[in-house]
Every structure is written in C-alpha cells, then in structure tokens.
Design a protein around this ligand. Structure first.
Ligand code: NAP
Length: 285
C-alpha cells in the first residue's frame, strides 16, 4: 500500500473468505459430510432478527446447513440449556450459535458455558478464551479474527508495529489485543479510564477502535500514515449507520482505513462461517 486514504475493503475480503469456506464445505460434502450450524434466537429483538437472517444467508452462500431454533421470549434458562445439551450431543451439528443479547431473565454467562467448546463457533466460551490467551488451539471470537484477516490480506505489517486498541470488551478489545500480540505487535489496550487517550493513540501504527460512540475518533487521535480499523456500528445525528471514527476527517491522514459499512462488519459473519467449517474439519479428523 502506498499514498494515503487507501480503503480496506471488507466486502471484497469477506467474499474471498466465504468462497474459500464454500470450497472447504464442498470438499467435505464430497466425503459425505454436511457442515451444520445450529442458530438459536430467543425473543423478537429486531436487530437480533436481522443478524440471524444475515447469518442464515451466509450459511446458504457457503453451503453450510443452518438449523434454526426460534424460541419465544418466555423461554426459561433451563429450557434453553436443555436445548443446548441436546445440540451438544447431536452428532449432525458442528457449531452452536446463541444470538446475544438474551432476555434479561436468562444468565448469558451460564448459557455460553453450556455450549460444548468443540462447537463454540462464536469463541465466547471461557475455555476458548483461555486457550486463546495461552496460545493453544480453540475458536477465536469472530470480529477480532476478522480484523486480523483484513490486516493480513491488505498487506499491513503487524510484526513490531505499535498497535493501540480503544475498548476492552470481552468480544472485541481483549481478544484483539491477544491476537495482535500473537502477530508480534506491541499492544496497548485503552478504555474509558485511560489518561491522555489522544496522545496514546497518536503513537499507533495500527489503531483499532471499538468503543460504540459515533465518530468519536477524529484526526487528533491519528498519527500521519497510520492504519485505522473502525469496529463501531453506530448511528449518526441523521440516523445513518456510521463508525466510531470520523471517517471524512481521518481518511486523508492515514495510510489505510476501513469504511462503515463495508469494513469490519462483513468480516464477522465470514469468520463465523470459517469457524463452522473448522469445527466440522476438526470432527472429521
Ligand atoms: P462495549 O462492550 O460497550 O465496550 C466499549 C469499550 O469502549 C469499553 O471498554 C469502554 O471502556 C470503552 N469506552 C467507552 N467510552 C470510551 C471513551 N470515551 N474513551 C475510551 N474508551 C471508551 O462495546 P463492544 O461490544 O466492544 O462494541 C464496540 C463497538 O463495536 C460498538 O459500536 C458495537 O456495535 C461494535 N461492534 C461491531 C461488530 C461488528 O461485527 N462490526 C462486532 C462487535 C461490536 P470501559 O471498559 O472503561 O467502560
């Protein structure tokens, strides 16, 4: 990459990954193995319904069989865990995805722990998280795994780079930090208590932003020539989808940047498909 303002195209890179997954799924199919993902949705949250629909579409596109369990809001924690136990025991199911958030009467942590780590394609089970942190094999949370693919496939040098991450959530910030360490970057994870955040960010060769605040990161946070990855999925003052980074203000200052939409978002689902294939391949070994 040369110049400034290069776009990191998540749509294209995610399509490439889904093509690769489709080839892997077809190869297993030739051996008589069907890759299957169980998708569980509890309640009628409209955003969750959209996410689940998109995940099912991606399954169709890659040849993965999706088995849908759409349960009423009134489902009890015990009923949900009982369904997960059945799916854990079902040899025809490779991956189990429970769409979050769950209704408030259900303990998400208990539900995630109920999933067999061999089928934990979201990478949220404590065993998966533990394996990641000590460098062992296991499923990696899809959004940070997708960001690594974006960087690698765009030719961004991670080895020795100064990487600053804004946000320390369990699903993005923390696993992102561990994955960047694995790539030999020097990692700083920042959060709402970080002092002089702008100055810290200005040291970053790679700045990864996962805050959940529309356009918070402007040009003052960005070093000239940095690579900026925007994980945010927010709404601007007109209700339009935007990221945590003020794209127009930052674009010409950085070497490369992900747009919102069309950057990190499509990668998350592509990596879910990748994890489903990996689960089936692990089982077939
Ligand atoms: P989260 O759990 O709410 O975590 C937000 C993090 O940002 C926290 O660590 C918080 O710090 C930090 N933060 C909040 N305000 C800050 C400030 N003013 N300065 C510095 N740090 C601040 O969010 P998340 O689940 O990681 O998601 C972050 C964003 O990514 C959201 O917009 C979400 O929609 C989006 N997202 C997108 C995808 C995708 O597929 N594209 C996937 C997941 C999430 P504290 O820990 O100190 O509170």
């Amino acid at each position: 990459m040369t110049g400034r303002g290069n776009l990191i195209d998540g749509k294209k890179i995610s399509a490439d990954i889904k093509d690769e997954v489709a080839r892997g799924v077809a190869a297993l199919s030739d051996k008589g193995i069907t890759v299957s993902l169980a998708v569980i949705l509890v309640g009628e949250d409209p955003a969750s319904q959209v996410y689940v629909r998109n995940k099912k579409k991606a399954c169709e596109a890659t040849g993965i069989r999706s088995v849908s369990h759409e349960l009423p809001e009134s489902t009890t924690e015990a009923e949900l865990i009982s369904l997960i136990s059945d799916l854990n025991a079902d040899d025809s199911i490779d991956g189990i995805l429970v769409q979050l958030p769950l209704p408030s009467h259900i303990d998400e942590d208990k539900v995630i722990r109920a999933i067999d780590p061999a089928k934990d394609v979201d990478g949220f089970h404590p065993e998966s998280v533990g394996a990641l942190s000590i460098g062992q094999k296991g499923f990696v949370s899809c959004t940070p795994a997708g960001i690594i693919q974006l960087l690698k496939r765009s030719g961004v040098e991670m080895d020795g780079a100064n990487c600053v991450i804004i946000g320390r959530s369990n699903i993005v910030g923390k696993p992102m930090g561990i994955l960047m360490l694995r790539e030999n970057a020097t990692v700083t994870i920042t959060h709402s208590h970080t002092k002089n955040l702008k100055n810290v960010c200005k040291n970053a060769d790679i700045l990864i932003v996962a805050i959940g605040r529309a356009k918070m990161v402007d040009a003052d946070y960005v070093k000239d020539g940095a690579v900026v990855i925007d994980v945010g999925m927010d709404r601007d003052e007109n209700g339009k989808l935007c990221g945590d980074v003020d794209f127009d203000a930052v674009k010409d200052k950085c070497l490369a940047i992900t747009p919102v939409p069309g950057g990190v978002g499509p990668m998350t689902i592509a990596m879910l498909m990748y994890n489903c294939l990996a689960a089936a391949e692990n089982k077939a070994r």
